[in-house]
Design a protein around this ligand. Structure first.
Ligand SMILES: Cc1ncc(COP(=O)(O)O)c(C=O)c1O
Length: 953
């Protein structure tokens, strides 16, 4: 066994390095540095009581034991989650490949062309299958996508409806119960009324209703023709959103062909394991004229400065980073890695492959239906795609059927005393159909008939899709494993990830995602569990989750934790809804003001609005701290209606503000609650905690502090911790009944993205309490080491009382820009020539770069980064001194793509060598860019969000 402990592997700097770094900072020990950085008033008095870190071997053994406690039965529950075969080529080369899973959201387009293309494939696949004009690059899950559809229809009401405040939406009552629960929660926040109706009998009244949400096929497995209904709603000026299933749309007339305005759903069954509920990518598509109101990220085709095609994230000005409380939604992290996988699944199978999968599913469902009809079973849904609903004949109950099924290792859906349902999926074989038939025949005392797959479809011609889809070359070319593997490789070579170099993104905590912690997520015992199986089949998950909740509660200093929110922003929204529910419970439901510092992340105000709160901005002083005087006056002004303050700690300016306890006291005194945004917990774990400081709620970004990878923009997990008085208001779930007195549901699955929780669990267990505390200390050391090394090149904007930064630092580029004309953007792009991802650009302060090294980066890597920044400073000096041209210089022209460098034409006033190899070590690990600087404005003006049609190849 290795003599290294996991913590030694996780933390970058070696012991000797730490000594050198401390020397540089002029302190004699790590503790001295921490004492100078973290105010004594908020320092924990006791060490974090989580036990010792265990070895990687011991963790693998532990997680194996837990896996064995999960039992994977043949499951036909459906309800939005289905068995699927994830192609091995995708598991090995994407899901288990750090180039894909460790990369960041593609804000820096030039070093993200691979994942941008993969996401464009996803969007194109969605547009093609739904027959809609534009699709986004994923949302959190189907139920939250329904919530987004509701809000989008509400926000795009006609002028007349706005004027008369028409605020009721009609919802098909045959929608998944989890979708219904999430929509109900969303509607609560925004004061929208919902009417649940039978879609075949509804009465649309434009004076009352602004929209309609349908499900196709619906929760009863029915496939209905909604053409005339949609026309009626449109004629009355309303909008229609449709929840649907991409595999079903390979056979069924897509909603885009019958006029839907919004089409959404889950892409889980496109090769993404059920994973006990998630993560999976929701899809969301709309008509062209509504694209600016669409939530989530959109990938668009643009061009680089040479006019070559280049991809980028489009229409970002409508997102929360810019629009804050006026944003289209609070979505930040979504489900990029899962969307990438679903897109690759579509690439690998192509249209013919998908049609084959869909028609086999349908054929087996038809075969089963015919045989069950033969033995006299009464099917309740006449027209179906993959799901059959039955009422048992007099005599046997569904309880009897359940017991018999369980003894054969089968889960069905039980919907009443004598009702049950069966959903067929891609993994169902003919043998499975025979087994199902034998089970049901025995249950009702009938002889088992022979199954025939020579059956005709249960669907009328009018519902069968005739239009072609996915004709683009990308979906018709990579159908052998070799071709597919090379295609994936070709894309991943275009991307910078943690597998290449440090990603110093402030506020994003791009730390190591340990390989050992990642292993279990693809094991079938974790990957193949349906979220609604009986709890005793998921004992391993529950043991792990209860341990994890308890560890996270200790870390945050709170009484309990909900794992349901599936991103940081969703955690914010959930926490704010909890606060709202608590105020209401106390008869103070009128409290609706959220005070938010000007420096807050854009998701904070956007989430507050979704929770029905009114945002009031609190100023920051010239040191970047919350202006306590302004806070005091606003707390007093809004005392009667103050719901909460939202505060990030340490602040988004990278400083531990000493006034935080005072802030909590002040807010509490005026009847408000303190919501702590835990995005910066990487500086707090083991040193302080939100609960200890005095906050009431806090979300954690497990995809930051707790080692879940960013996956190119998700999955994220955003659990919330709460103080004792709020425990009863934590989210619950309508299907797996863990509801508490309050009735909030914030995600489709009861425990959100349970499938990736083993990563955080492993990280915490292997680090142990002391290891986690050491990680916080080294994160602070690494940041201060960079700050001390670069302060003379670029002013470090904000520091604490003793001149220290927390775990991140802001480099001020404004004075240099003034002097040289070189902007923070030029510096960010030039860093790519050195092989680095840029730090966070212009957040929280315009004209700056925010650097967060994390504890996982070694001193050698920090030194390379420091040297790169210093060299860039030198390059800027050359511009200032007139040695380099003001316009034609290495910074303004950065990044230099491989095509720039090898071009026969080279008319620049500097050498190719200087452009490509600015420092000697760049040669040994050169990242060759596939595009030059991307033209953002052109891309937004000429929005194009899907792959080229085949005619353009
Ligand atoms: C300070 C802060 N708050 C909230 C969020 C939102 O988290 P998520 O992207 O998981 O939705 C972020 C994400 O970067 C953040 O930095």
């Amino acid at each position: 066994m290795s003599h290294f402990q996991f913590v030694d592997r996780h933390i970058g700097p070696r012991k000797a390095d730490v000594d050198l770094m401390l020397e540089k900072l002029g302190v004699s020990s790590l503790d001295e540095l921490i004492n100078q950085t973290v105010p004594a008033s908020i320092r924990l008095k006791e060490p974090l009581n989580l036990g010792d870190g265990i070895s990687e071997d011991a963790y693998l053994q532990r997680i194996r034991e837990l896996a064995m406690k999960n039992r994977v039965l043949k499951t036909y529950i459906g309800m939005g989650y289905y068995g699927t075969h994830t192609p091995s080529v995708i598991i090995r080369n994407v899901l288990e490949n750090p180039v894909w899973y460790t990369s960041y959201t593609p804000y820096q387009a030039e070093i993200s062309q691979g994942r941008l293309e993969a996401l464009l494939n996803f969007q194109t696949m969605v547009s093609e299958l739904t027959a809609m004009e534009v699709a986004n690059a994923s949302l959190l899950d189907e139920a939250t996508a329904a919530g987004e559809a509701l809000i989008m229809m509400y926000n795009t009401r006609s002028k007349d409806q706005l004027k008369s405040d028409v605020n009721t939406c009609l919802i098909d009552e045959a929608i998944w119960p989890q979708t219904r629960a999430v929509i109900e929660t969303r509607a609560l926040g925004l004061g929208i009324d919902l009417e649940f109706v039978n879609a075949s009998e509804l009465n649309y009244n434009p004076k009352v209703h602004f929209g309609l949400i349908l499900q196709y096929p619906d929760a009863m497995g029915r496939v209905s023709d909604y053409r005339s209904l949609v026309n009626t709603v449109h004629d009355a000026g309303g909008k229609v959103a449709v929840a649907t299933d991409l595999i079903a749309l390979c056979m069924l007339v897509p909603p885009g062909e019958w006029g839907a305005d919004i089409v959404f759903g889950s892409s889980q069954r496109m090769g993404v394991p059920m994973a006990y509920g998630g993560p999976h990518a929701a899809f969301f598509a709309t008509r062209d004229e509504l694209k600016r109101s669409m939530p989530g990220r959109i990938i668009g085709v643009s061009k680089d400065v040479h006019g070559n095609p280049a991809l980028r994230m489009a229409l970002q000005t409508r997102e929360q980073h810019i629009k804050r409380e006026k944003a289209t939604s609070n979505i930040c992290t979504a489900q990029a890695l899962l969307a990438t996988m679903a897109g690759f699944y579509a690439v690998y199978h192509g249209p013919e492959g998908l049609k084959g999968i869909a028609s086999r599913i349908h054929r087996y469902a038809c075969a089963l239906a015919a045989a069950l009809e033969h033995i006299g079973l009464d099917r309740q849904n006449k027209q179906f795609f993959d799901t059959l609903h039955y009422k048992l004949p007099k005599g046997p109950t569904s309880e009897k059927l359940r017991n018999m099924a369980l003894s054969r290792g089968i889960n069905l859906l039980y919907t009443g005393v004598s009702q049950f349902g069966i959903s067929i999926d891609e993994t169902t074989t003919l043998k499975d159909v025979e087994e199902l038939l034998a089970l049901i025949s025995e249950c009702i005392g009938a002889e088992t008939p022979v199954v025939s797959t020579e059956v005709s479809t249960a669907l009328p011609q009018s519902l069968l899709r005739t239009s072609e889809f996915m004709k683009q070359e990308v979906f018709n070319r990579y159908h052998s494993e070799t071709e597919m593997m090379r295609y994936i490789k070709r894309l991943d070579r275009k991307d910078v990830s943690l597998a290449h170099s440090m990603i110093p993104l402030g506020s994003c905590t791009m730390k190591l995602n340990p390989a050992t912690a990642m292993f279990a997520i693809t094991w079938p015992e974790f990957a193949n569990l349906h979220p609604f199986v009986p709890l005793d089949q998921a004992q391993g998950y529950h043991e792990m989750m209860s341990d994890l909740r308890s560890d996270l509660a200790k870390i945050t200093g709170f009484a309990d934790v909900s794992l349901q929110p599936n991103s940081g922003a969703n955690g914010e929204y959930s926490g704010l809804m909890v606060i709202r529910a608590w105020h209401e419970h106390r008869g103070e439901g009128h409290r609706n003001v959220a005070l938010i510092p000007a420096s807050a992340h854009g998701t904070n105000p956007a989430s507050a609005v979704m929770a029905g709160l009114k945002v009031v901005v609190v100023d920051c002083d010239d040191k970047g701290n919350i202006d306590m005087e302004d806070l005091r006056s606003k707390v007093e002004e809004y005392s009667d209606i103050l719901a909460c303050v939202i505060v990030t700690y340490p602040s988004t300016h990278g400083v531990f503000e000493a006034s935080i306890r005072e802030l909590c006291d002040m807010v509490h005194k005026h009847g408000g609650q303190v919501y702590m945004d835990g995005a910066n917990m990487n500086a707090q774990v083991g040193l302080s905690s939100p609960g200890f400081i005095g906050a009431d709620v806090c979300h954690l970004n497990l995809h930051k502090t707790f080692a879940i990878p960013h996956g190119g923009g998700g999955p994220g997990v955003g659990p919330i911790g709460v103080a004792p008085h709020l425990v009863d208001f934590l989210p619950g779930h309508p299907v797996i009944d863990n509801r508490r007195p309050a009735t909030l549901t914030v995600a489709a699955a009861p425990w959100g993205s349970a499938g990736v929780l083993p990563i955080t669990y492993g990280y915490i267990k292997m680090m142990g309490g002391d290891g986690l505390t050491m990680a916080s200390k080294i994160a602070i050391l690494n940041a201060n080491y960079i700050a001390a090394s670069l302060d003379s090149e670029f002013n470090v904007l904000y520091k604490g009382e003793n001149g220290r930064v927390a775990h991140e630092l802001i480099l001020d580029c404004r004075p240099i820009k003034h002097e040289s004309g070189v902007s923070e953007l030029d510096i960010a792009k030039r860093l790519m020539d050195y092989g680095f991802h840029a730090p966070t650009l212009s957040f929280p302060v315009a004209g700056t770069l925010m650097v967060e090294p994390t504890e996982s980066e070694s001193k050698a890597e920090l030194d390379r980064f420091i040297e790169a920044i210093r060299n860039i400073r030198q390059e800027i000096a050359e511009v200032i001194e007139g040695v380099a041209d003001k316009e034609d210089n290495v910074l303004k022209n950065a990044p230099h793509s491989q095509y720039d460098i090898v071009s026969d034409e080279w008319n620049h006033k500097y050498s190719r060598e200087k452009a490509a190899y600015p420092l000697p070590w760049v040669r040994t690990n050169k990242f060759w860019l596939s595009v030059s600087r991307v033209d953002d404005a052109w891309g937004d003006r000429n929005l194009f969000c899907s792959c080229d049609p085949i005619s353009n190849y």
